[in-house]
Design a protein around this ligand. Structure first.
Ligand SMILES: Nc1ncnc2c1ncn2[C@@H]1O[C@H](COP(=O)(O)OP(=O)(O)OP(=O)(O)O)[C@@H](O)[C@H]1O
Length: 382
């Protein structure tokens, strides 16, 4: 099956009325782009899960049409349809009595792949989702919540479906793990280019992950469907504005590229340099110590070097803050740049290229200046 077919999912005036009369989705028109992440977001009960499940026919629409790749899904047998659509849910939904490897291999084996081959592929998928292969022999209960969620993603990817449906997949894990899982999904997506439909009630998650975001309101109506930037800059009404939140200027930092922020020269000092040379190389009292590949190892300052003699060793370094990649067009966001500046002991965030080598530094002021410019050009709200 192709990894990146021209799959577009199209909702044409789709309504779902449950047997008790509840209208969960009301005349939904939505075109979901191939190879992108589309997020459905909105308050509890607004019909996100119902919309998602109609795509793989776990829920049947009452009226309207859903096309996948131009074909009406009602014309396909649900089992055939689902072969091309992976599904990931909250708490991973793993089979408790099967090992991790067998969980991942489930669908390929059902589809006729030999067990040994399916297991080998499952091991590769553990690598793909960033889990050590040793975990393959464990049972789901022997994994952390975040690890289980990664296995859930690996299982959904096992049959290499062009479409992935993800229903609040990261909601049950703590914020730090959730952040890791989100980063991992973005990394995976940059390699795999799946058509992903992602449901969440968390607007921050929607803005971070979505190429496009559909905001739904209770009653199953589409309130706005736009890129995160447009959603933040131009909410169509009070509902969307309040859902997106008052601090949307700060949120905007998360998707504005840090490319616009000025990178200033930074003194770099090779580990092992004589301390006298290191002292002479400091700028504004600080310098970044690097390895032979120019990758940052930590900081030294006038005061940290005051008692050091001989050559610079790892033990002499002050731990550095977070890094940000300033390697257009792969630059990190302004938020990563600001995080780097604020978490750095010197107040200057370390900018690296995509190979991890130091290219310079960025200050909080330069981030705010770039934000100001984005505001003036109307890219983000003022
Ligand atoms: N099987 C069902 N029978 C009757 N009503 C249902 C059924 N499933 C969902 N609903 C109702 O349909 C509406 C939409 O539900 P849905 O689960 O799609 O919303 P959601 O946006 O995913 O909510 P949440 O964020 O709370 O999961 C809700 O009012 C819900 O109570």
């Amino acid at each position: 099956m192709p990894t990146q077919g021209v799959r577009v999912i199209e909702f044409q005036s789709v309504t779902k009325r449950y047997a008790d009369g509840t209208v969960a989705v009301d005349s939904l028109d939505l075109t979901i782009d191939a190879g992108r992440i589309t997020v459905l977001v909105g308050p509890s009960g607004c019909g996100k899960t119902t919309s998602l499940r109609m795509i793989n026919r776990m829920v049947e629409a009452t009226s309207g049409t859903i096309l996948v790749n131009g074909e009406d899904i009602r014309a396909q047998r649900p089992a055939t349809l689902r072969r091309g659509i992976g599904y990931v849910i909250q708490n991973a939904g793993l089979f408790p009595h099967r090992t991790v490897i067998d969980n991942i291999a489930t669908v390929p084996v059902l589809l006729g792949t030999k067990k040994a081959a399916a297991r080998r592929r499952a091991e590769e998928l553990l690598d793909t989702v960033g889990l050590p292969r040793e975990l393959g022999k464990r049972y789901p209960a022997q994994l952390s919540g975040g690890q289980q969620q990664r296995v859930g993603v690996a299982r959904a990817l096992a049959a290499d479906p062009p479409v992935l449906l993800m229903d609040e997949p990261f909601s049950a894990v703590d914020p730090v793990v959730r952040d890791d899982l989100q980063e991992e999904l973005l990394r995976l997506q940059s390699e795999l280019g799946k058509t992903i439909v992602f449901v969440t009630h968390d607007i921050d998650e929607a803005i971070k992950l979505g190429d496009k975001v559909a905001v739904l309101r209770v009653g199953g109506e589409l309130a706005q469907y736009d890129t995160p930037a447009t959603l933040l800059a131009k909410p169509v009404d009070d509902f969307v504005a309040s859902f997106v939140g008052r601090d949307r200027g700060y949120r905007a930092l998360g998707f504005l590229s840090a490319h616009g922020a000025e990178v200033v020269p930074l003194s770099t000092i090779p580990l092992g340099s004589p301390v006298d040379e290191a002292r002479a190389a400091l700028t504004g009292g600080w310098g970044v110590v690097v390895d032979e590949n120019q990758a940052p190892l930590g900081w030294v300052s006038t005061s940290s070097l005051s008692t050091v003699e001989g050559e610079l060793r790892s033990a002499d370094l002050v731990a550095g803050g977070s890094l940000y990649v300033a390697d257009s067009p792969k630059s990190g966001s302004l938020r990563t740049a600001l995080d780097a500046a604020l978490s750095s002991p010197s107040g200057v965030g370390i900018a690296v290229d995509s190979g991890g080598a130091v290219t310079g530094g960025v200050t909080a002021e330069s981030v705010l200046k770039a934000l100001d410019e984005a505001r003036r050009s109307g890219e983000v709200p003022s």
